[in-house]
Design a protein around this ligand. Structure first.
Ligand code: ASP
Length: 338
């Protein structure tokens, strides 16, 4: 069992009901930990965001803070567990996977649908299992899961493949296009073949802290007007667009729409095609309704999640890449996201 740093950012797991308003509010982390006696079984140090945040308030600034905590403590700990609100956990996990290039230690995010301390809470089990996974090593001392992952309910999922799929079920996260990295039942069964391999143990951890937020996520819908699309694509400073399309990457075959997209890509805006379906791949050559997007300069996001495609593009532009370099990099996997 390794030494773990537990980073508390906030979320339901550490909230209590305000008796006056009935709304859930964050409480201090010490009282959360007091309720989880099992933690004493592990070698865990803790650090907390002050104040703890609902995950709707997490963004590039907080991702950077998280990445900095991990980088500063990288040599001292064998793994990291991040307690996080569920709403944007998949964005944070995706962002961290791109910000921490060359990661060779586990970073496991978890949270809960019910606060710790509440009857029937899922928080205790999620937290304890996440710590167990983050501290699991092979006989030679190498970590079992050297990547950014999300543990929730009974599954460990690759962080940049995960999406929040339910606002109320305990089984709240899914990875539709990639198998779970582990299942937790009586034993924790690791899917070794699916877990990231560490290719070069001497490679240093390279942090990428800057995220460029000149991005837009937009959905195609039947009846979308070309001038609505055009005004969004004319936003000053816009660099990247995640275009959520139908099925295998399709959109209405309206010349005015195609023209708006072409003008944007010719200006150097990178437009990435991601399907609105929960699973499957974008294949713009399959139908005429996809081909015209390809001809307008839209690139395929393949089977990436919106969370992964967005945070990847934020990081690539944050690195100072040109639009052409970003386009090229978006087509290849950086850390298992496609
Ligand atoms: N609103 C909460 C959050 O994301 C929900 C949760 O933690 O489940 O912070």
């Amino acid at each position: 069992m390794g030494r773990i740093l537990l980073i508390y950012t906030g979320g339901t797991i550490g909230m209590k009901e305000n008796h006056l308003t009935g709304a859930l509010e964050s409480v201090d982390f010490k009282s959360v930990l007091m309720a989880v006696h099992e933690i004493r079984e592990f070698d865990v140090d803790t650090v907390s965001f002050d104040p703890p945040l609902d995950s709707s308030d997490m963004g590039p600034k907080q991702w950077r803070k998280l990445a900095e905590i991990i980088v500063e403590n990288y040599g001292k700990y064998d793994g990291f567990v991040v307690l996080h609100g569920t709403d944007t956990m998949a964005y944070t996990a995706s962002a961290l996977s791109f910000m921490l290039e060359g990661l060779r230690k586990p970073v496991v995010l978890t949270g809960s649908q019910l606060p710790i301390g509440k009857l029937r809470t899922d928080g205790t089990e999620n937290l304890v299992t996440a710590i167990e996974i983050a501290s699991a090593v092979y006989d030679n001392g190498e970590p079992r899961v050297p990547e950014v992952s999300i543990f929730f309910h009974d599954k460990l999922l690759r962080g940049n493949r995960t999406t929040k799929s339910s606002a109320e079920r305990f089984d709240a996260f899914h990875s539709y296009n990639y198998p779970p990295l582990a299942h937790s039942a009586v034993d924790i069964e690791y899917n070794t073949a699916a877990i990231m391999k560490v290719d070069n143990v001497d490679k240093p951890l390279i942090p990428h802290y800057d995220m460029d937020t000149n991005m837009l996520v937009m959905s195609m819908f039947p009846g979308i007007k070309a001038d609505v699309l055009g005004s969004m694509l004319s936003i000053k400073g816009l660099k990247g667009v995640i275009l959520r399309t139908f099925g295998a990457g399709n959109a209405p075959q309206d010349t005015a729409i195609a023209n708006q997209l072409r003008q944007a890509t010719e200006k150097g805006i990178v437009i990435v095609n991601i399907t609105q379906c929960t699973d499957g791949n974008v294949e713009m050559h399959r139908y005429g309704t996809g081909l015209h997007l390809y001809e307008a300069g839209v690139i395929s996001g393949q089977d990436a999640t919106v969370e992964a495609a967005l945070t990847k593009m934020m990081r690539l532009f944050g690195d100072g890449m040109t639009a052409d370099e970003v386009k090229e990099a978006m087509m290849h996997s950086l850390c298992g996201e496609i």
